[in-house]
Design a protein around this ligand. Structure first.
Ligand code: PLP
Length: 300
């Protein structure tokens, strides 16, 4: 991309063809000029799926894992399959059009589409947005304060009530945001959910990893949680170092007694958990910095 094609605005959006859009070309537009139809089911119902991808030095992290998960989420919602090649091209186009920065965030949206006056669906619609992420330096270095919150359902929900779409990254994140506000009310930064049968699950936007000695564990994905791309990359690095990394059924006690624990998510990457319900947890700053560099190319 030449300078002339760089969108001067901070955020860049690229729409995918389809969903009633005339042009098949991937054209970057400034976010302020990007318009989604008010009858798009993503807007009116949250009926769609998305991905958030961290970008370090211009490189989208774990892109194949994110594309696979987008397709899996779409399948769970019985949406038309997303055109993954078009999404990948749109990611590259949007990134090339954005002002370079050490870190960015790229989001992929795949909606059921626009509901026409005749109540047919003119879809699917898809778009990609590149934005400057928040500054996560302090959270990565010093850690985050976490509270446990009741998720209100059992850990076998994905099997007993699949229509609740646990494990899909849907556009309905109002509950996740409400949980984060509750954490703030309790003077904490983040949340780990617990099922009604006492199983440790995930955060509203992150997976949890606990370390006891040389063994790293994360909750199993059949417990109604999202399969994390950041946690998967973390485990690749842990295993490459000859340490043990496994999926397990964990309890709050496993977190409270951990030698170290992290919240893993695409933008923040690894945030050590420095307290749980007000009680301090050990933070391994050197190990965290090493994995951030090795797994994600993030230099301190
Ligand atoms: N769990 C939930 C509910 C999430 O929303 C997210 C990310 O947004 C994660 C886990 C972490 O997934 P990833 O590391 O792929 O961002």
């Amino acid at each position: 991309m030449t300078e002339a094609t760089t969108v001067p605005n901070d955020d860049v959006v690229v729409f995918l063809p389809g969903g009633g859009r005339a042009s098949a070309a991937l054209v970057p537009v400034p976010q302020a000029e990007a318009e989604v139809n008010v009858a798009d089911l993503a807007v009116t119902r949250g009926d769609g799926v998305f991905e958030s991808i961290g970008v370090v030095a211009g490189r989208p992290l774990e892109l194949p894992r994110h594309l696979t998960r987008l397709a899996h989420s779409a399948e769970l919602l019985e949406l038309p399959a997303p055109d993954l090649a078009a999404f990948e091209a749109a990611v590259q186009t949007a990134l090339a059009a954005h002002e370079p920065a050490p870190e960015l965030l790229v989001k992929l949206f795949h909606s059921r589409g626009v509901e026409t006056p005749a109540h047919t669906i003119d879809g699917p619609t898809g778009w990609v947005q590149v934005l400057s992420g928040a500054d996560h330096t302090a959270a990565r270095r010093d850690g985050v304060r976490v509270v446990l919150l009741d998720r209100g359902y059992r850990s076998d929900i994905a099997q007993t009530a699949p229509w609740l779409l646990q494990g899909a990254k849907t556009l309905s994140y109002a509950l996740n945001k409400a949980a984060l506000r509750e954490a703030a009310r309790r003077d904490a930064d983040d949340v780990v959910f617990v099922s009604t049968d006492g199983v440790l699950l995930e955060g509203p936007t992150a997976n949890v990893v606990v370390r006891h000695g040389d063994v790293f564990r994360t909750p199993r994905t059949d417990l109604g949680i999202l399969a994390g791309t950041t946690q998967a990359a973390f485990f690749d690095t842990v295993r490459a170092r000859g340490l043990t990394a496994e999926e397990a059924v964990l309890t709050p006690d496993d977190l409270a007694t951990a030698d170290a624990a992290w919240l893993c998510s695409s933008g923040r990457l690894l945030a050590p958990i420095r307290s749980l319900d007000g009680a301090s947890l050990p933070v391994d700053a050197a190990f965290t910095a090493g994995v951030l560099a090795e797994a994600f190319g993030l230099e301190a």
